[in-house]
Design a protein around this ligand. Structure first.
Ligand SMILES: NC(=O)C1=CN([C@@H]2O[C@H](COP(=O)(O)OP(=O)(O)OC[C@H]3O[C@@H](n4cnc5c(N)ncnc54)[C@H](OP(=O)(O)O)[C@@H]3O)[C@@H](O)[C@H]2O)C=CC1
Ligand SMILES: O=C(O)CCC(=O)C(=O)O
Ligand SMILES: [Mg+2]
Length: 414
């Protein structure tokens, strides 16, 4: 067996699901490709400072680097994009954080990000979208956008089940569809690539359940099922119908005016939670024109990907868009954006999205006081107009700072 490349930090302890989080947890992190080299060290510095300021040395994260993506190929060998010991560490230590990883277009390796989500069954991609005062936005009232996206993270066309045009596999699938299933709608059968879109009752039930539970726990007003079920009836339509069923059967929601919208009383607060749906194209215009009408969003994998970036832009861009990938056992936090390769190594981009992803991680650990410090530092740095290029180019009188200087500006204001 080859020697482990992972150095387990002395003095740290494992987080065990179902048990109290230790004061010295070991948290594995993947640096990430592209701008990962810029944002990941800044995130660690900011989070360490927040934890220290909140707990005066009583609690401390023991960071443990694990490898995936380009760095992994340098350390383990040319074809080792996602080593087994990385998977094992993410499972063993339960809670982790990662930088972005590159996925080539058209060919080459399949997404490592998607592979991680599928392998660990991280079925909830949770992406909160909120406005920080002072951030430049294309909207007149960006503060009206306050949503939390629950994106299904393991199914859909995003699962990557495809056959390349002109390949033996594509020919076989097309022959089967035409010969055995009576399909007549493939316009150019000889030159089509083929993709499969699995959407299940089980997968939909668990993501919608998670979204509704979140709405209950966080006293939110509505959960909107976003789908394209008018066109893709047996996949996206199934998502909508199953979503309403979960609301009615598991949470006792009652139809409004004969349905399909329904509502139930939040058992904690007595306030009503409405469960409704929107067709994805209409939803994308509504979030711009009437954002205040949307709150918690439950949607399929590909829609969730598009909606995440669109909503991030409404509140100032992808530089401050955090996220979490969560299963019933594990959690791996990551920003919404990618590797932004043209900025890699320039100490330029906004580290806010990864820092806010780590802030979600602190709340997940129950370290609320440290998470509050992070928000305080972020709000104050932006209010003082100490911002990275992405905000500075759209703000009057801003002082443009580097990626690492933004982290320092946050720490100085916690
Ligand atoms: N979870 C993951 O690991 C993800 C990985 N990816 C992968 O990343 C690679 C690059 O994808 P790409 O489509 O370019 O999308 P990116 O999200 O990487 O970048 C697109 C643009 O968004 C802006 N941006 C991104 N991150 C930041 C930041 N931290 N601060 C400020 N601005 C930022 C920049 O805009 P501007 O040019 O205006 O300055 C950038 O050019 C692809 O291989 C893709 O597959 C993509 C998404 C998620
Ligand atoms: O895996 C990738 O490269 C892209 C993933 C992505 O865009 C996302 O999850 O938001
Ligand atoms: Mg995306």
């Amino acid at each position: 067996m080859s020697e482990s490349k992972i150095k387990v930090p002395a003095g740290g302890q494992k987080i065990v699901p179902g048990q109290a989080v230790p004061d010295n947890p070991i948290i594995p992190f993947i640096e990430g490709d592209g701008i990962g080299v810029d944002i990941t060290p800044v995130m660690i510095k900011v989070i360490d400072a927040a934890v220290d300021k909140a707990y005066g040395g009583r609690k401390k994260i023991h960071w443990m680097e694990v490898y995936a993506g380009e760095k992994s190929t340098q350390i383990y060998g040319p074809d080792e994009w996602l080593p087994k010991e990385t998977f094992d560490a993410l499972k063993t230590y339960s809670v982790s954080i990662k930088g972005p990883m590159t996925t080539p277009v058209g060919g080459g390796i399949r997404s490592l990000n998607v592979a991680l989500r599928q392998e660990l069954d991280l079925y909830q991609c949770v992406r909160p979208v909120r406005y920080f005062k002072g951030v430049p936005s294309p909207l007149k009232q960006p503060e009206l956008t306050d949503m939390v996206i629950f994106r299904e993270n393991t199914e859909d066309i995003y699962a990557g089940i495809e056959w390349q045009a002109l390949s033996e596999g594509a020919k076989k699938v097309i022959d089967f569809l035409q010969g055995e299933m009576g399909v007549r709608k493939i316009r150019f059968p000889a030159t089509s690539g083929i993709g499969i879109k699995p959407v299940s009752i089980e997968g939909t039930t668990r993501i919608v359940r998670a979204a509704i539970r979140y709405a209950i726990d966080n006293d939110r007003k509505s959960v909107t099922l976003v789908h394209k079920g008018n066109i893709m009836k047996f996949t996206e339509g199934l998502f909508r119908d199953t979503g309403y069923k979960v609301a009615q059967e598991e949470f006792g929601a009652q139809p409004i005016d004969g349905g399909p919208w329904c509502k139930f009383k939040n058992p904690n607060t007595g306030r009503e939670i409405v469960v409704k749906d929107a067709i994805a194209d209409a939803f994308l215009q509504q979030i711009l024109l009437r954002p205040a009408e949307y709150d918690v969003i439950a949607t399929l994998n590909l829609n969730g990907d598009y909606v995440s970036d669109a909503l991030a832009a409404q509140v100032g861009g992808i530089g401050i868009a955090p996220g979490a990938n969560i299963s019933d056992q594990y959690a791996c936090f990551e920003a919404t954006h990618g590797t932004a390769p043209k900025y890699a190594g320039l100490d330029k981009v906004n580290p806010g999205s990864l820092i806010l992803s780590a802030e979600m991680m602190l709340r997940h650990l129950g370290w609320k006081e440290a998470a509050d410090r992070v928000i305080q530092g972020m709000e104050a740095a932006i209010a003082d107009k100490q911002v990275t290029y992405d905000f500075a180019r759209l703000m009057e009188g801003a002082n443009e700072v580097s990626c690492s200087e933004f982290g320092d500006a946050m720490i100085a204001r916690m």
